[in-house]
Ligand binder design. Structure first.
Ligand code: TRP
Length: 341
């Protein structure tokens, strides 16, 4: 029996941080044993807002090295670069032609990002979710693990698949019992894995926050980890607790400690109930260093071995292409395109 298939991706727009790890990559590593995983670097999405051409390729390698350093096994899972498969752009174009404009005008993330771009907001930013639908539907995954913020994009993907099947499904060579495009299920990561900013416990930890001290990168040295925890925002109360809405920083730091140390919430709550910040911070620092050091060491080794890393991405592209090219061909046939001569 074939394993259920899973697909997800991250935009290569800078260093990956603890939020990417605890909210996404770590779950993929855990799912890897029972699933056929397709994991990619969404570099075509990274250019929907202004980007630096001198950094794009480097950032793609950085994300690939981070996946592997965190435990994604390239022999088991397929790791690839989105732009290495023209099928993504091509299917996105075909979907563009059947997606009503008003579906895209409703997208919350577009509205939020568009505000920041002012007059220069690109057509690509508006189209972003259509490209994401192509990324997903090309591989016929059963599940798409994403964070809460991507839920609307997953719903749009499902709407596009349904619409496409409705418009062109009858010509499906697979027969009428199987839809032309498989409609995937979102796998929304639970809220416990939401990692908040170190400078403001009510905001998400983010690659785009201008303050480096607001986030923990997976490749931070022990010295830097120590400094960031020392400087992170706390409150004047003694005793630590989960789930107090007036103490978002306290909840966030305890959650980090819980997730990284692998202890149950009750245990952490009991052990930390009487601790002051001066006692808790060294404990958290120690746990962070212990957990992240092996990842950093492996990451650095991979970044120094470009041949190996590029070999992984070449193999990933070839494997991905065997799946993607079949779906694209089926779609083009169903739409009635002339076969290439
Ligand atoms: N939009 C996703 C994000 O920013 C990245 C992404 C692009 C993605 N294509 C995807 C995630 C397909 C899952 C599946 O997080």
């Amino acid at each position: 029996m074939a394993q259920p298939r899973l697909l997800s991706g991250i935009q290569p727009t800078g260093n990956l941080h603890l939020g990417n790890y605890l909210g996404a990559i770590r779950n993929w590593v855990n799912l890897q044993a029972g699933h056929d995983c397709y994991l990619f670097m969404a570099d075509l999405h990274a250019v929907t807002v202004p980007h630096d051409p001198a950094l794009l390729a480097h950032n793609v390698r950085k994300v690939a090295a981070t996946y592997i350093a965190c435990g994604i096994d390239p022999q088991v899972s397929t790791i690839f670069v989105q732009s290495h498969l023209p099928a993504h752009s091509e299917l996105a174009w075909l979907f563009n032609c059947i997606t009503p404009l008003n579906w895209l005008e409703r997208m919350i993330q577009f509205k939020e990002k568009a505000v920041k771009q002012g007059e220069n907001v690109s057509v690509g930013l508006q189209n972003y979710p259509v490209l994401q639908a192509a990324d997903i539907l090309l591989y016929e995954p059963d599940f798409v693990p994403v964070g809460e913020d991507q839920k609307q994009h997953l719903e749009l993907t499902r709407d596009i698949a349904h619409r496409f099947n409705h418009l062109f499904g009858e010509k499906s060579p697979k027969g009428s019992d199987q839809p032309l495009l498989k409609v995937p299920e979102p796998l929304i990561q639970k809220a416990g894995a939401r990692v908040m900013s170190l400078s403001d416990g009510s905001k998400k930890m983010s690659k785009s926050d201008p303050s480096e001290l607001s986030r923990i990168d997976l490749t931070d040295s022990p010295e830097l980890l120590q400094k960031k925890i020392k400087k992170c925002r706390t409150d004047p109360q003694r005793g630590l607790e989960f789930d107090n809405p007036d103490r978002p920083e306290c909840h966030n730091l305890l959650t980090l400690y819980m997730l990284l140390s692998g202890q149950a919430k009750d245990t952490v709550a009991a052990d930390c109930a009487d601790l002051g910040w001066g006692q808790f911070k060294p404990l958290l620092t120690e746990t962070l260093i212990e957990h992240l050091s092996p990842i950093r060491v492996q990451y650095e080794a991979l970044m120094a071995d470009t041949d190996y890393l590029d070999g992984v991405l070449r193999q990933g592209r070839d494997r991905a292409n065997t799946v993607a090219s079949l779906t694209l061909e089926r779609v083009k046939n169903a739409m009635g395109f002339m076969k290439p001569l």
